[in-house]
Design a protein. Structure first.
Length: 292
């Protein structure tokens, strides 16, 4: 099957060696032996699409800045925190929403079409798997392309909200200082001060992106659903994640309890290295297309 290969953007990809032929063969063997592969992806699969991650050595957000992502409790509690979040998100949205899937996303879509991939769970909120055409996918931490009201639950698309922002802030302008992993940019307090944030048009409630912020939890229904998909699977592949966040790590622990073989494709160490059957230090977009 042919995959049209977008050129990778390596600005946010940590340095690594090209795939080792022996490792390619090992992963090929792993995938060939799988009939119902459960795949979990993280930020490291989207870095080649030009979206930075948090933890990569030297190039991740934590390595480059002292910025930290918004906390759920702060967003809910503080109007100024919401104003800061949405101002930054407003400036970053046109660029963030324009990112396109890379080769790794397209390969996983093709595995699904071939019946090899049973279910894909992504920790990313960038919609790139959906853009690539994957359908058997759960967005564990939600998606920035959707917005909902904390009071009445009404949903709108993020692009529709962008139009509301523009209408409310016709003369507001801000130059961004660098881009962050979840689509916002860095702005000064002075820039943010006059930014107007719309309320829910149905009930006047607080609008929040449909994503799990730090300090929030994934819904019990979604966790149970993913556990069911894992129970139907015969092996697990982790691609582009250090699995430092428990919401994803718990599924690797469940896979280990079921004695499923686990392969990891990630540049740098992960929390699973000591119990994985296979660990590969390569770019997802470089190694995955080599597997047939």
């Amino acid at each position: 099957h042919s995959v049209s290969r977008p050129s990778p953007n390596l600005a946010f990809v940590p340095a690594c060696l090209p795939p080792d032929p022996v490792e390619v063969e090992e992963l090929q063997h792993f995938v060939s032996n799988s009939k119902r592969l459960f795949v979990m992806t993280g930020a490291g699969i989207s870095t080649e699409s030009g979206i930075p991650d948090y933890r990569s050595e030297g190039v991740g957000l934590y390595a480059r800045t002292d910025r930290r992502p918004v906390q759920h409790a702060e967003f809910v509690r503080s109007a100024s925190a919401r104003q800061r979040y949405w101002a930054r998100n407003f400036v970053g949205w046109p660029q963030f929403s324009s990112h396109q899937p890379n080769t790794a996303h397209l390969v996983l879509r093709d595995w699904e079409k071939l019946g090899k991939l049973h279910w894909l769970v992504t920790q990313n909120v960038d919609a790139l798997h959906t853009k690539a055409g994957s359908q058997r996918v759960t967005e564990l931490h939600g998606c920035t392309h959707r917005v909902f009201c904390l009071a009445c639950g009404d949903q709108i698309s993020r692009s529709e909200l962008q139009e509301h922002f523009e209408a409310l802030n016709p003369t507001w302008k801000a130059e961004a200082f660098g881009v962050a992993p979840d689509g916002d940019v860095f702005l000064t307090d002075e820039q943010v001060r006059n930014f107007q944030v719309p309320a829910c048009h149905k009930c006047g409630g607080i609008l929040k992106p449909d994503v799990t912020f730090f300090g929030d939890t994934v819904s019990r229904e979604k966790v149970n659903f993913v556990h069911q998909r894992l129970a139907e699977s015969d092996s697990m592949l982790v691609a582009g994640s250090s699995m430092q966040v428990y919401s994803g790590y718990r599924f690797a622990l469940a896979a280990r309890e079921k004695n499923l073989p686990i392969a990891i494709l990630n540049i740098g160490p992960t929390r699973l290295d000591h119990f994985a059957s296979l660990k590969l230090n390569s770019r997802c977009g470089e190694l995955l297309p080599l597997i047939v």
